[in-house]
Ligand binder design. Structure first.
Ligand code: FAD
Length: 517
């Protein structure tokens, strides 16, 4: 298959990008692929909303810029922060024109407040903002005849000079597994976009769905694309303890914004001794406060008490949490929720410029898999959906211009070889893959999680290196499976995070090493 544009990932960033390109030029052929169904990804699970300045009487760009830079511990790129926040307003209006609706109060957008924000500025749709945006974008994308959608298609590797014997430092598309056809396809393209989301599944507790295995990052690493800030992994302070539901489930910090309080098993409101802002301190401080309490008290979780949030607000603002907890026997707001911190967001990723271009020509990275400079060492709550929207539009605009320039011709693309190796077979699921995946998650959580030490990082590096070599042996001697594909990416990124964490000698933002305390 040859297309003008290949988009890998169908979350907010991939979908918004494709819509912008298709809106501007209906002759550009676009294929969008997702490794699961089109709906699955981090976007769908976003509860809180999008941080955007819309009440100009009380709020201002300056206030949002200052909040972002303070949360990022002074490591954000000020130019990027400025344009993302200033362009955000227009991008959110566009999203509304495309069919997304947000909660309103007296005909105005109902704005919520989250930790680290000096004003109420989070636009939301109950506690289902992400799902609602995702559905609106999917409906819109299906109206464009020049966009083809391929679900259950998994990126294996990017096609680069290495496959073409060129020396142009360019990306020419990707090899992808078609899960249903059980074969590896070559999709060549003039422009390739990675919008593959984060990698929360590297850790034992994560708010991300299981498919968040850092595949775009792994493929970029193999293609020698520059990455930045990988050790800055943000942990969300409050995820429902997995023992209750079988897996973690996010309890948005808007619950704490509405009055929810944190207690340890002794009934102490321990956040008061960590920070004067207590439960409303920035995420990294609350996550560390909870983790410290769990470790000191040798407990598995702490309590989130939502009894100060009135019943009506629970029903109108947090219906999903209310329903989920009810089904698990936790009657809100009277009963407290058992919560733990969980890996949530990758602040780092593929280094891109202001147009979301990576250092490999023809390859863009948008959304959570990219490092734009907006978040620095710590993301301000609800700034990531905003970042995806702004960079999707910028990348689309640049794509239109790039496609008008000089690019390899069609015969060049047909000369790129097919995937060299055994075809995919779903029947071969090697037991070792599951074992290594679990071990990797445990190692990352124990040694490369919220609290790190130099000694722990060394232990992790040594063992991850051994796993990396074993995974390579499996890869070289077996047919390629979906699970192997994910594990190959997970182990590469785990190794990079562990290695790069040892190069950081200062605690900043979400990064915390006891040896530098
Ligand atoms: C529980 C939760 C709550 C959140 N709440 C908020 C919030 O309130 N506000 C906010 O701003 N942010 C929030 N975030 C963060 C935000 O949702 C994400 O950063 C954002 O949605 C990422 O969008 P994306 O387009 O980059 O990736 P995703 O939405 O994660 O989409 C990734 C896509 O890539 C595809 N993909 C991955 N690997 C491959 C592969 N190998 N081959 C093919 N396709 C692949 C997936 O199938 C998927 O379609 C939250 C995140 C979570 C998990």
């Amino acid at each position: 298959m040859t297309k003008d544009v290949l988009v890998i990932g169908t979350g907010i960033s991939g979908l918004a990008y494709a819509i912008h390109v298709a809106e501007k030029n209906s002759n550009i052929s676009i294929v969008l692929i997702s490794k699961s169904n089109i709906n699955e990804g981090n976007t769908r699970y976003a509860q809180g909303g999008i941080a955007v300045v819309s009440n100009f009487k009380k709020d201002s760009f300056k206030k949002h810029i200052d909040d972002t830079i303070i949360a990022g511990a002074g490591t954000c790129d000020p130019e990027v922060v400025k344009f993302v926040i200033e362009e955000g307003h227009q991008r959110v209006n566009e999203l509304i024109e495309w069919g997304a609706q947000f909660d309103k109060k007296r005909k105005q957008l109902d704005l919520a407040k989250e930790a680290g924000h000096s004003e109420k500025r989070i636009v939301h749709y109950k506690d289902q903002t992400g799902q609602h945006i995702q559905e609106a974008l999917i409906a819109k994308i299906k109206t464009y005849p020049n966009i083809e959608l391929l679900e259950l298609h998994t990126l294996v590797d990017l096609i680069t000079d290495h496959h073409s014997k060129e020396k142009a430092n360019r990306c020419y598309g990707a090899y992808v597994i078609s899960q249903e056809e059980e074969k590896i396809k070559k999709i060549t393209s003039k422009i390739t976009v990675l919008s593959t989301g984060g990698a929360g599944s590297l850790f034992a507790h994560s708010t991300n769905p299981e498919i968040a295995t850092g595949d775009g990052l792994g493929a970029a690493y193999r293609a020698r694309v520059l990455m930045e800030g990988l050790p800055y992994v943000q942990f969300h302070p409050t995820a429902l303890h997995p023992k209750v539901k079988g897996h973690t489930f996010l309890i948005t910090e808007a619950v704490r914004g509405a009055g929810g309080k944190l207690f340890n098993m002794k009934g102490e409101r321990f956040m008061l001794k960590n920070d004067s802002r207590a439960e409303l301190a920035p995420r990294d401080i609350v996550a560390r406060g909870i983790q410290r309490e769990i470790e000191n008290q040798k407990e598995e979780f702490i309590w989130l008490d939502g009894s100060a949030v009135d019943k009506k607000q629970w029903r109108t603002h947090f219906p999903t949490i209310l329903e989920t907890c009810k089904n698990l026997g936790i009657e809100l707001p009277e009963k407290p929720i058992p919560v733990v911190p969980a890996a949530h967001y990758f602040c780092g990723g593929i280094k891109v410029n202001n147009k979301s271009e990576s250092q490999l020509k023809g390859l863009y990275a948008i959304g959570e898999c990219s490092a734009t400079g907006l978040h620095g060492s710590n993301r301000l709550a609800s700034n990531s959906l905003l970042e995806s929207l702004v960079f999707a539009q910028r990348a689309a605009q640049d794509t239109i211009l790039t496609l008008q320039g000089k690019l390899p011709n069609n015969s060049f693309y047909s000369g790129i070889p097919q995937w060299n190796g055994d075809v995919y077979s779903n029947s071969i699921e090697i037991q070792a893959i599951k074992k290594y995946r679990k071990e990797l998650q445990e190692l990352m959580t124990k040694y490369v999680g919220i609290f790190k030490t130099n000694y722990g990082l060394k232990i992790a590096e040594k063992r991850i290196d051994q796993i990396y070599k074993s995974v390579n042996t499996i890869y070289n001697n077996n047919k390629l499976t979906y699970g192997l594909c994910e594990l190959r990416n997970m182990v590469s990124i785990a190794y990079l995070i562990t290695k790069q964490s040892q190069e950081i000698s200062q605690n900043q933002g979400v990064f915390y090493n006891h040896d530098y305390a």
